[in-house]
Design a protein around this ligand. Structure first.
Ligand code: URA
Length: 241
């Protein structure tokens, strides 16, 4: 067997670290399973297909399956796939609508104005740490042009990846941010101002509906702020915090 030289090992390591970053890891995971069943570029074993559903795929396998996705037309205008970020073992997952310009630029979810608001809700309101206590992703992983709502086919193409992400993370609570996320997850038109604050089931996960932080910024009323506060209080109670 040929032993790789130092430079190619370093190159492989760098590629792998970028890969982990794309998969939403903000720290280097060191659980043994990541290295035994995993996706290291140095490991040539084939990745389990998402259709082989005997066991949940790890988040990193889901990211690998997504690849350089061209399953819908959103791929044509994107700069970066925005897979998700945070703790791959988080008890709490927030699901937004889709990346905006800042997210597309950086390849990370909720990093623009709405993202700052979401961070504030998590850190100041819920007293949690965004990176350590939550995982954040969207119903579509590529930016819809001009920030339009994602279309049915685009959502349908991305949905298996969202489900697989949740199955990999196994959160205790999922929070849908805003009407498009809530309607997508529940498969019906959700009047979000009426139904926010209520619990639902999504693929066996406890699902709370709340207002989108961008909506909160647009309609920054005491009523809306109190509504989100009250929804997050319910989430914290469910998490036992
Ligand atoms: N709005 C969303 O729904 N998702 C993001 O990632 C950013 C803004």
């Amino acid at each position: 067997m040929q032993i790789p030289d130092r430079n190619s090992l370093l190159r492989e390591l760098k590629n792998h670290l970028f890969f982990l970053k794309d998969a939403g890891y903000s720290e280097i995971p060191c659980e043994s399973d990541l290295f035994t069943e995993s996706v290291s570029p140095l490991n040539s074993s084939p990745v389990k297909s998402m259709t082989d559903n005997k066991k949940a795929n790890s988040l990193i396998e889901v990211r690998e399956e997504l690849g350089d996705c061209t399953r819908c037309k959103l791929s044509q205008g994107r700069k970066n796939i925005v897979f998700g970020s945070g703790n791959p073992k988080a008890d709490l997952v927030f699901v937004g609508e889709g990346p905006g310009a800042d997210e597309d630029e950086q390849g990370l979810p909720f990093v623009g104005r709405a993202g700052k608001k979401l961070t504030e809700i998590i850190e100041k309101g819920m007293l949690l740490d965004r990176e350590k206590d939550t995982y954040i992703c969207n119903i579509v992983k590529c930016r819809p042009p001009g920030n339009r709502d994602p279309e049915k086919e685009e959502i349908a193409a991305c949905n298996p990846f969202l489900i697989q992400q949740l199955k990999a993370i196994q959160p205790r609570v999922v929070v849908a941010l805003g009407k498009p996320a809530a309607s997508t997850l529940l498969g019906r038109n959700v009047p979000i101002t009426k139904e926010r604050g209520t619990w639902h089931d999504y693929e066996g996960f406890k699902l709370m509906l709340t207002l989108h932080p961008a909506y909160l910024l647009r309609a920054y009323t005491i009523e809306n702020r109190k509504a989100v506060q009250s929804d997050m209080k319910k989430v914290l109670k469910e998490l036992g915090r």
